[in-house]
Design a protein around this ligand. Sequence first.
Ligand code: NDP
Length: 328
Amino acid sequence: MSFLAYRVEEADKKFEASWVEQEDADLPEGDVLIEVAYSSVNYKDALSASGNRGVTKAYPHTPGIDAAGTVLESSDSAFSKGDEVVVFGYDLGMNTNGGYGQHIRVPAAWVLKKPEGISASEAMAWGTAGFTAALSVQKLERAGISPDRGPVLVTGATGGVGSVAVSLLSKLGYSVVALSGKADKNDWLESLGAKRIVSRDDVLSLKGKAMAKPVYQAAVDTVGGDMVSAILPQLMPEGAVTTCGMIAGVKVEASVFPFILRGVSLLGVDSVEIPRADKQAVLDKAAGDWKLESLETMTTEIGRKELPGVLSRIIKGEGVGRYRVNLN
Ligand code: NDP
């Protein structure tokens, strides 16, 4: 069968992309052929679509690290034609043709069953960014945070991971402090549940200090680098910060003092290679106890034609909230 895919090609050291017709025979081998209804836009998709070899080694390539749709064919008995499924992470959209194609073919080990409590379009409003926010909050809760123990900071708050983290923490009763570089989005962040907004400089000005006034119980960091360095000395005793991204940098400088004098923890979050059971558990939570009423208000649905413009905004750090891609 033929279908449309957003193919990124390299020509004269430049990367260009367009929607082209492909055949199922063009897809890699795999157990499950899926008709994709929705995908989403994440920072990693923008990197793949712009030719970043750290994400995608070989072009031409179809990005899209998220996909939700319906099984067309399966050689694995765990799935049947017509099953509604979700795939995120592993190699999807990195070096395996991804969710910006109307069809994908993937190993059965990557495929999650869509729970009853969530639609395919809602699952892609969450997408990798949202699931990463949920995994971050889960890690903090396992580290012992609780709503009565003080404010929780979220960095990159208007971004995909950040905005879902703000909403989820607020839903769970936490006092959320949103850190954003977009001063014109304060009202929007408050509508998601942020109690207070701080600027990047408010937090970064304390970078390099071994210890500072302990003002945050915990933090969900989505930007990495100096931001993590600056947060660690501002955590309360037994506090914790999760980190998942690297938009602000890859190097973290820290003294041991917050660790040995306040018992704080630095917790890494990976949404890509974790076991499938852990992915299914976070998807089930998104469909159940952690269902977010505000999710649609923070999600912009785009069609195929709008994808290039959104990808270029995301790579510049100008995205706001979540972007869902309707493949039809
Ligand atoms: P988005 O582009 O949606 O959001 C990133 C946000 O970071 C921006 O909106 C902006 O928010 C802020 N930001 C941008 N540039 C800078 C800067 N130079 N310094 C400080 N803040 C900045 O990305 P996602 O939310 O999709 O992803 C966030 C990060 O998490 C990425 O690095 C991504 O690769 C990573 N990630 C990791 C995963 C994992 O499994 N480990 C999974 C998913 C994402 P504001 O203007 O509000 O400050």
